[in-house]
Design a protein around this ligand. Structure first.
Ligand code: PGA
Length: 237
């Protein structure tokens, strides 16, 4: 299973370092062999060795150059970062990244062999428009994306479930995941208000290969607990 933490614009460089130290020691102590990814804020990126893979929440499709406010491959290389999150709903809906821009970014980092966690998901009004419209909307987020890329992980995150405490029913998650698995065999994570209290039921759904956790990942002990639960489920299977 894959357990991923997206810090968004939270924690400082120092707090991130402390967090990773605490997380690594719990994962070691509990014998966790699941894939654990952490996406800190850009200013907290650093070299990291251990069970956890540190990735970037975003980067521009360039080695370097004149792109004020952005970072490129050169800045990621400094810290040995080879994992990136692309298409998160906040980048799509708050920062206004278009599908075309995301495809350019995807292809750039794919060429470099990066592990890409590519996010898809529908806003509430689309979900409320019915299954057909919703699946059409999500399908458009696959346009231009190489769904057979060997280093691809996909995260399904309904926009209305992110940071709201709301989650779709387990049946709804299962239905969407089943449909998305038909589009790509890549590991498929669920994200949106996942926390210690619900991670077990989410991870037990068929075709859920892991979780992408935002708010509830900010406390190392809580996130470690979710990794532990993932390990227990894997051990049972
Ligand atoms: P949340 O965020 O867990 O705070 O809902 C998930 C995400 O945006 O990846």
């Amino acid at each position: 299973m894959i357990v991923a933490a997206n810090f968004k614009t939270n924690l400082t460089r120092k707090k991130t370092l402390n967090y990773l130290g605490a997380l690594e020691s719990i994962l070691k102590e509990k014998n966790i062999s699941q894939e654990v990814l952490v996406f800190p804020a850009t200013s907290s990126l650093d070299e990291h060795e251990g069970l956890v893979t540190v990735g970037a929440q975003n980067a521009y499709a360039t080695f370097n150059g004149a792109f004020t406010g952005e970072i490129g491959q050169e800045q990621l290389d400094e810290f040995g970062i080879k994992t990136i999150l692309i298409g998160h709903s906040e980048r799509r809906h708050v920062l206004g990244e278009t599908q075309e821009e995301l495809v350019t970014k995807f292809n750039f980092y794919k060429e470099l062999g990066f592990k890409i966690v590519y996010c898809v998901g529908e806003p509430l009004e689309i979900r409320e428009s019915g299954n057909e419209i919703m699946m059409k909307y999500i399908s458009a987020q696959y346009e231009g994306i190489d769904t057979e890329y060997e280093n691809l992980t996909i995260a399904y995150e309904p926009v209305w479930a992110i940071g709201t405490g709301l989650t779709p029913t387990l049946d709804d998650i299962q239905t969407v995941h089943q449909a998305l698995k038909a589009k790509s065999k890549a590991p498929l994570l669920y994200g949106g208000s996942v926390k210690v209290a619900n991670v077990e039921e989410v991870l037990s759904i068929e075709n859920v290969d892991g979780v992408l956790v935002g708010g509830a990942s900010l406390i190392a002990q809580d996130f470690a607990k979710m990794c532990e639960i993932a390990q227990e489920i894997e051990n049972k299977e």
